[in-house]
Design a protein around this ligand. Sequence first.
Ligand SMILES: C[S@@+](CC[C@H](N)C(=O)[O-])C[C@H]1O[C@@H](n2cnc3c(N)ncnc32)[C@H](O)[C@@H]1O
Length: 237
Amino acid sequence: MATDFARYDARHYETLSVADGYRAWSHLYDTQLDGNLDIVLLDRINSVDWSRVGEAVDLACGTGRIGAWLAEHGVTVIDGVDMTPEMMARAEAKGVYRRLLREDIRATSLPGACADLVVNCLSIGHIPDLHRAYGEVDRLLRPRGHFVLVGYHPFFLISGIPTHFKDETGCNKAIQNYVHFFSDHVTAAVQNSWLLAEMHERIVDTVWVQRDPPWRRHIDKPVSFAMVWQKPRSRLV
Ligand SMILES: C[S@@+](CC[C@H](N)C(=O)[O-])C[C@H]1O[C@@H](n2cnc3c(N)ncnc32)[C@H](O)[C@@H]1O
C-alpha cells in the first residue's frame, strides 16, 4: 500500500526516525514553518464551518501550530495527539488543547465517536499503513463529521525530496517518509464509505518565489495537498 520513499530519494540526507527527527527539529520547527505548505490550504477550505465544530481532534499535533489555527477560527474544544514529547511540550505551551495525549495516531485511547472534526496535518507521509490511520479517524468521527487531511504532495516526494530540516549546524536531515498516491487515499477512504467534500493542491507560484527565491526551481509544481472527507450520516450494513 505505501511505498518506501528510499526508492525515490534524490537528496541522500541522513534519514532519522520520526522520534529522533522531531526531537531534533522541535526547537526550530515553529520558526522554519511559515504556513506556506499548509495554512494556505486550510484557508481555502469552505466545507467546514469551523465555529460550529463541537469537539475536534488534532492527530499528530506537533508543536500545536494547527491547534492554534483552529482556535483562531473558532474551534473551542481540541484534543491533541502526538508521539514526540519535545514537540508536544511546545503544543502545551500554546494553551489551546483540552488535553494532549502522547500516543500513536493509529491507535489512540480517545473514545469512539468523540469528534465532529479530525485534523491531520503534515504527518501522513510518515505513516506506512494508511488504512490503519484512516480506520482510527473513522472510529473517532461522529456521523457527518469531517476529516481534514493536509499532506506533503506525493509528486514532490517522488521527485526525490523528503521531509527535511536544517539542524543548528546547517546540516540537512531527513525524516523517514512513505509515499501514498492519491489512489491509496481514495481506496482507504472508500473502505470507510467517506465522501470527498473538497480537495486542494498547493502549487509553487510567483508570489512564493518572490518571497523565497530558492523555490524558483520548483515553480508551478505541487508541494502539498488538502482533502476534506466527510463520514456519512449512516452506513448500509
Ligand atoms: C511535520 S510534524 C506536523 C505537526 C503539526 N501537525 C503541524 O502541522 O505543525 C509531524 C508530527 O507527526 C508526529 N507523528 C508522526 N507519526 C506519528 C504517529 N504514528 N503517531 C503520533 N505522532 C506521529 C511527529 O511526532 C510530529 O510531531
